[in-house]
Write a protein that binds this ligand. Structure first.
Ligand code: FES
Ligand code: FES
Length: 161
């Protein structure tokens, strides 16, 4: 089938079997390697992308659901101011830079902040629930997001709100 969608802000068209996983399309057809193949069962979050505004596991999205969608990967997102603010927030909160989960955490943070200007602690923890990481103190994630919120508010309004 022919599938058109928006990938990192660009209109793209591919031909694919209907049930090929999005993670394989991104890595195989586009050479985008930032989303990792981990468990391939939706449990680890290593393959996270932003799919129609939600942080989602690309291993569970078949090609037929990609048609007409909007997808942001870490490669596209890393070109934005928002990415740099999240990275600063993560660094200030001393979150580990981990090859397995950091990409997913960054995209989870962005999807969360697109929905909530200033998320509550519970909303923040729920926002990262798709990432399987037992080595990060959840309070550090909350701190990182709160720092990012302040940076974003300052950029938009010249002050924290
Ligand atoms: S590889 Fe997709 S959630 Fe683990
Ligand atoms: S799995 Fe990456 S910091 Fe925990």
């Amino acid at each position: 089938m022919t599938i058109s969608f928006i990938l990192n802000g660009e209109d793209v068209v591919i031909r694919s079997e209907a049930n090929v996983r999005l993670i394989d399309i991104l890595r195989g057809s586009f050479g985008l390697l930032g989303a990792k193949s981990g468990c391939l069962t939706g449990k680890c979050g290593a393959c996270t992308v932003i799919f129609n505004g939600r942080a989602s596991p690309a291993c569970l999205i078949p090609a037929f659901r990609v048609r007409g969608s909007e997808i942001i990967t870490i490669e596209g997102f890393s070109q934005t101011n928002e990415y740099h603010e999240i990275m600063l927030g993560f660094a200030e909160a001393q979150l580990e830079n981990c090859g397995y989960c950091t990409t997913g955490k960054i995209l989870c943070a962005e999807a969360l902040l697109e929905r909530h200007n200033r998320p509550s602690r519970e909303e923040i923890l729920a926002g990262f629930s798709g990432i399987k990481c037992r080595c990060t103190d959840p309070e550090k994630l909350v701190e990182a997001v709160n720092i990012t919120v302040d940076l974003r508010q300052r950029r938009h309004y010249g002050r924290s709100a």
